[in-house]
Design a protein around this ligand. Structure first.
Ligand code: ADP
Ligand code: ADP
Ligand code: MG
Length: 654
């Protein structure tokens, strides 16, 4: 076994790898960017080395620098985690050249599976069923259009170099094909530097079911059962579980064999995942699934497999990379119970899942039997715009599927996150969603149920705002009393409840508050019980239960995972952009301006696309808030902008 490891990654997966490495007695070496200097994984590692500025392209993606640090620090091996350099064959080669073991498959296997078209060709030769389609070299639009017509609509256009659901377009009609092709190629060229695509049959009622595989250097290969990752949004996984609902022994055997065959076909060593798309319109069938791609790394959702097998996959990775044989044979592996994982993201389901950044004013997870939380952040940390916005993975393991879903729902209910917006309420709603619980779902489930899952714009929670504002009033009252006491007074003052009540009886005074950035005229009153707050529109919910979290400028009141920010209006602190509604197009988050579509003097329609801003791997189109003429353009493509930055101003018509 190795005696030290450098982890070429960050966040929760770096913490995850450190945990096992430490248990196995390895010295742990972290590398970090400027944005991660004070991160959990840096604190947890035995030593840590700075590798560059915040953008991944200047730090976590610079393989040579990381290998140099590994050499200097005397690392025996490098664990790449997932994302970043984990599927980069040149990086694996650079490790080998430096005499450092790469905890992952041989470069040859990474390359063989690196492009979706080539991978499909390789596994097809090994007898693995692939999605019918065209995965050849020709990229001529007329040719691809003809192939699409032959395949039959709907079809899916995919970037051959794709990942993370990028460069993918579903096309339902022949006349839409060319537009979709061009935009998929453009997105692929931007994201992967490779515009090539393949065209395949879009599987109806698709279920994403993947097989965890493991192989060693002695030609042994096993599968560690399947994971169902059909709960997706924009082709990206949201919740994953193992085993797959409706799985039979016959289907599992067929899928397991196909996965192991695919791995052996490329001389695979280590942990990998073979992703299949299953046609679930008539239940799972041994001949109803097709190879999509192989991910040659540890997968984000590996904890559900660990839960049902009782194994530590990172330990297996280290053992295999160190030249040991696979610890167990296929017949020694078994499934125990059911596990479900939810990806907790800093994003706002009520605003189109816009990534959300900022300080984590509160972050608390429940501790319960069967619940595992993998995270890379702690209370007080800042979620930055530079990396994937995942805050944590919450995993529940129980004897049955419904028990696991109940346990996960309970854990999410007890999870407290305040600051960045999160999808915690959305995840909880998913656990409780009838169709999902019944096992009747496919990859379109989330899209079909957006509103029911609470992913729709809603007004502010005014009852929460009232509770928060009242707490702020009490806090201020305490502050005034303390100040008076410190000044040698009695501690009684104009804010003192009893005093105010005695002097003038019940009375009311206007108290403007700011809820979610909007000013609201509330009224403050006193009675014998203390201050009461009347917020117009707030339903009287009695002793409603809110979790209150103090921030630097106010309070966040939480109910069912929903956050309501409230502060007392400060008459001296008028925000510069107040009253700035009308024609200003602002960036909704920190990010990079990808494109500006208007020029000064141009007439625009309300809703017309004005700019695209990209943050955390997602593009957001910004539209004109009203019809008019572009008065000012304040940003240009390629520029980094802060949240709230003004990008353009649309003047009024006429
Ligand atoms: P998995 O398939 O292992 O569950 P994902 O496909 O969601 O995980 O992504 C795995 C990792 O790869 C994540 O860390 C994610 O941030 C990263 N990743 C996914 N897509 C991209 C992309 N287009 N560019 C860079 N990193 C990506
Ligand atoms: P990525 O590299 O982005 O992970 P995949 O090829 O794994 O790309 O596909 C991502 C998702 O897109 C799948 O999980 C599935 O939901 C959907 N998908 C892919 N291929 C098909 C298909 N042929 N039919 C229906 N859905 C598909
Ligand atoms: Mg995939």
């Amino acid at each position: 076994m190795f005696s030290s490891v450098l982890i070429a990654n960050r966040g929760e997966i770096a913490c995850r790898v450190i945990r096992t490495a430490r248990r196995l007695g390895l010295r742990t070496i972290a590398v970090y960017s400027d944005a991660d200097r004070d991160s959990l994984f840096v604190a947890q590692a035995d030593e840590a080395h700075r590798i560059g500025p915040a953008p991944a392209g200047e730090s976590y993606l610079i393989g040579d620098r990381i290998v140099a640090v590994a050499k200097e620090a005397g690392a025996d091996c490098i664990h790449p985690g997932y994302g970043f350099l984990s599927e980069n064959a040149e990086f694996a080669e650079a490790c080998a050249k430096a005499g450092i073991a790469f905890v992952g498959p041989p470069p040859k296997a990474i390359r063989a599976m690196g492009l979706k078209d080539a991978a499909k060709a390789v596994v097809e030769r090994a007898g693995v069923p692939v999605v019918p389609g065209y995965h050849g070299a020709k990229q001529d639009p007329a040719f691809l259009r003809e192939r699409a017509a032959n395949i039959g609509f709907p079809v899916l256009i995919k970037a051959v170099a794709g990942g993370g659901g990028k460069g993918m377009r579903r096309v339902d009609r022949l006349i839409d094909f060319e537009d979709a092709l061009l935009s998929a190629q453009r997105e692929a060229a931007n994201a992967f530097g490779d515009p090539r695509v393949l065209v395949e049959k879009y599987i109806r009622s698709p279920r994403h079911i993947e097989m965890q595989v493991f192989a060693d250097r002695f030609g042994n290969a096993v599968h560690l059962f399947e994971r169902d990752c059909s709960l997706q949004r924009r082709h990206q996984k949201v919740m994953e579980e193992a085993p797959a609902p409706g799985m039979t022994d016959a289907v599992r055997d067929a899928m397991g064999k196909a996965a192991v065959d695919a791995a052996l076909a490329v001389g695979y060593v280590g942990a990998g995942t073979v992703e299949f798309i299953a046609d679930a319109s008539h239940g799972l069938r041994p001949d109803g699934f097709f190879f999509m791609e192989m991910n040659t790394r540890l997968q984000v959702e590996h904890p559900v497999t660990e839960a049902i097998t009782g194994l530590d996959l990172v330990e297996w990775q280290f053992r295999v990379a160190a030249g040991e044989k696979l610890p167990l044979a296929q017949q020694e592996l078994a499934v125990h119970g059911h596990a479900v994982e939810a990806r907790l993201y800093a994003e706002d389901p009520e605003r189109g899942f816009l990534p959300s950044t900022g300080r984590l004013w509160a972050l608390r997870f429940p501790e319960a039997e069967g619940v595992r939380v993998d995270t890379g952040v702690a209370e007080g940390d800042v979620v930055t715009p530079y990396y994937d916005p995942m805050i944590a993975k919450v995993i529940a393991h129980a004897p049955s599927r419904l028990a696991a879903l109940d346990l996960l729902a309970q854990a999410l209910e007890e999870t407290v996150v305040a600051g960045p917006r999160t999808n915690v309420g959305f995840l909880k709603a998913l656990c409780d969603a009838h169709g999902f619980r019944a096992g009747e779902f496919d990859t379109g489930f989330i899209d079909r149920n957006m509103d029911a899952l609470g992913a729709a714009p809603r007004g502010p929670d005014l009852a929460a705002a009232a509770a928060g504002a009242l707490a702020l009033v009490r806090e201020r009252q305490e502050g005034v009393r303390e100040a008076a006491r410190a000044a040698g007074g009695s501690g009684q003052g104009p804010w003192d409840v009893a005093d105010a009540f005695q002097l003038s009886g019940p009375r009311r005074t206007g108290l403007p508050i700011v809820v979610e950035g909007e000013r609201i005229e509330a009224a403050l009153g006193w009675d014998a019980a203390g201050p009461m707050l009347d917020v117009p529109g707030a339903e009287l919910t009695g002793q409603a239960d809110f979790t209150l979290v103090t921030t630097d400028d106010g309070i966040i009141a939480l109910a069912s995972g929903r956050q309501t920010h409230v502060r007392l209006h400060d008459p001296l602190g008028v925000a510069l952009d107040e009253g700035d509604s009308g024609g200003v197009v602002k960036s909704p988050m920190h990010g990079k301006v990808v494109a500006i579509f208007v020029v000064e003097g141009e007439a625009v329609e309300k809703g017309q696309r004005v700019a695209i801003v990209e943050a955390m791997k997602m593009e957001h189109a910004l539209v004109a808030p009203r019809a008019g003429v572009v008065a000012e353009v304040l940003a240009e493509a390629g520029q980094q902008v802060a949240e709230g930055a003004r990008l353009a101003v649309i003047g009024e018509n006429g």
